[in-house]
Design a protein around this ligand. Structure first.
Ligand code: GLN
Length: 507
């Protein structure tokens, strides 16, 4: 019974709870049991909020039993929250030692929306420190393991959220995507993750990495669940100056349309620059099958040329360190978490330097140093300024491409999940994981990854990236849903119901 509940989609669970077939407490307990059983192996969670989650679920049950109107279409469904999003009174570390012991005094807008919708927050998920990384190995609390193969990475920075979905520890999760941290983990764990248009989901209460790029978004195992969660968390927020004053996109209706009408008559652009050198053969052949499937379903496939994408990675790794060196200055040993060397005689500078030296990991220090250098007098124009110009050129490439196609597609990640420890000493190899996701981040467009099968050469999941124009979430979701429906009709499932690596521990 309890294993059965963890295998259901969020949409199925929501209707079972609303019809009182099961209680929200039973659903929550099933997921907490599953976490207890498999998380010692997977390590998707940094903190599990058992009591809080059960109390929330009990409140949903009480409201249903009293005949009160349901809080939302996802009321009672459990969710895993990335540890970069603050929840009042719940430990939040962003994967860093520097925030150890800090209890946020307020809720992020996303957290508030989730709670108001009756969504049950199970706990906080592991991530690369301050969301810097592609493998979750940069977490100060140890890596998360990919449920498909525990010797492999689950992607990053949001590897905890995606692994929790793939391991059936939660049917819904929240990620944040600055250069690919929702899409690449989704891709390598065979789950779904969507980065909304920049400004589509509030950043208030999301610990900042690079403010001009950061964008929270929904993650799940199905496109419909992802869309339902998207509608809960999206929308204008006066607390975030970059929040877009636009209505929430009708992505659930777009999913229904994709499931019913498919992609007939749509133009889908294959980006010439995303999918050649540096991409694993098994990823490329899975991508070709995806293109054929979309074509067979009636889409017109066109090739689009985006010549400036090749400078994306270089521009991103100037913009991101520059912005994060400024954002992370707030961790000064005075305001949050860790404080080292404060013996009553040390100066504030000494305490600050000791705390930052001990509290930040190697990748965070690398980026703060790079960013401080890139922003320093005399270098600002040469580095940050040039990178911003590249960003404009990439945005223009996208604008031209969308004159030829309704959506663009590519592999979401150049490879399937690699081994834990394999790239950890080679920052450049790690950065190359973001080759396909960074252009969309720089342009601020919506983009998502949906499972597109198993790579023949590694036996691990591959993700298809679908990118829409700015505010084009509806057509992006329509194509994602149509692709998923076509894939399911042919293969039966995207995520296996039994995870071989966890079978011994699974209940
Ligand atoms: N992997 C990328 C990086 O290390 C993306 C991070 C992110 O999206 N948060 O910067």
């Amino acid at each position: 019974m309890s294993a059965d509940l963890t295998r259901r989609s969020a949409a199925e669970l929501a209707s079972a709870i609303a019809s009182r077939e099961v209680s929200a407490v039973e659903v929550t307990r099933a997921h907490l049991d599953r976490i207890g059983a498999v998380d010692p192996d997977v390590h998707a969670f940094l903190h599990v909020s058992d009591e809080l989650a059960l109390a929330q679920a009990a409140e949903v049950d009480r409201a249903f039993d009293a005949g009160e109107q349901s809080a939302s279409p996802l009321a009672g469904v459990p969710l895993a929250l990335k540890d970069i999003v603050v929840q009042k009174g719940v430990p939040t570390t962003a994967g860093s030692k520097i925030l150890e012991g800090w209890l946020p005094p307020y809720d992020a807008t996303i957290t508030r929306k989730l709670l108001d919708a009756g969504i049950v927050i199970l706990g906080k998920t592991n991530m690369d420190e301050f969301a810097m990384g592609s493998s979750t190995e940069n977490s100060a609390y140890g890596p998360t393991r990919n449920p498909w193969d525990l010797s492999k990475i689950p992607g990053g920075s949001g590897g905890g959220s995606s692994a929790a979905l793939a391991a059936f520890e939660a049917p819904l999760a929240i990620g944040t995507d600055t250069g690919g941290s929702i899409r690449q983990p989704a891709s390598v764990t065979g789950t779904v993750g969507a980065k909304p248009t920049y400004g589509g989901v509030s950043r208030y209460g999301v610990i900042a990495l690079a403010s001009s790029l950061d964008q929270p978004g929904p993650c799940a195992r199905t496109v419909l669940d992802t869309a339902m969660l998207h509608e809960v968390i999206a929308g204008h927020d006066p607390m975030d100056a970059t929040s877009i004053p636009q209505p929430v996109p009708n992505v659930v209706a777009a999913v229904r349309r994709g499931q019913a009408d498919g992609v007939a008559g749509m133009k889908i652009g294959v980006v010439k620059q995303l999918g050649g050198q540096g991409y694993q053969p098994g990823v490329l052949s899975s991508f070709r099958s995806a293109v054929e499937q979309l074509q067979a379903a009636g889409a017109e496939i066109v090739e689009v040329d985006c010549p400036h994408f090749e400078y994306g990675l270089a521009a991103y790794y100037l913009i991101l360190p520059s912005e994060c060196s400024s954002n992370l200055a707030r961790f000064d040993a005075m305001r949050y978490g860790l404080r080292i060397g404060d013996d009553g005689t040390a100066s504030a500078e000494q305490v600050m330097s000791l705390t930052r030296g001990a509290g930040f990991g190697a990748e965070v220090k690398r980026r703060i140093i790079l960013g401080t250098y890139a922003l320093s007098a005399g270098y600002y124009d040469a580095y940050y300024g040039s990178a911003q110009k590249v960003r404009t050129l990439i945005r223009q490439d996208f604008e031209k491409a969308y004159q030829q196609a309704d959506v663009l597609i590519s592999p979401a990640s150049p490879t399937t999940a690699f081994g834990i420890g394999e790239k950890v000493d080679d920052p450049m190899a790690m950065y190359l994981n973001d080759l396909a996701t960074i252009p969309g981040s720089l342009a601020g467009i919506p983009a998502m990854s949906v499972p597109s099968g198993i790579a023949a050469d590694t036996g691990l999941p591959v993700g298809l990236q679908i990118m829409g124009p700015a505010l084009g979430e509806e057509r992006m979701y329509r194509v994602a849903a149509a692709f998923e429906a076509g894939y399911l009709a042919e293969h039966g499932t995207t995520v296996p119901q039994q995870i071989p690596a966890l079978e011994g521990t699974a209940r």
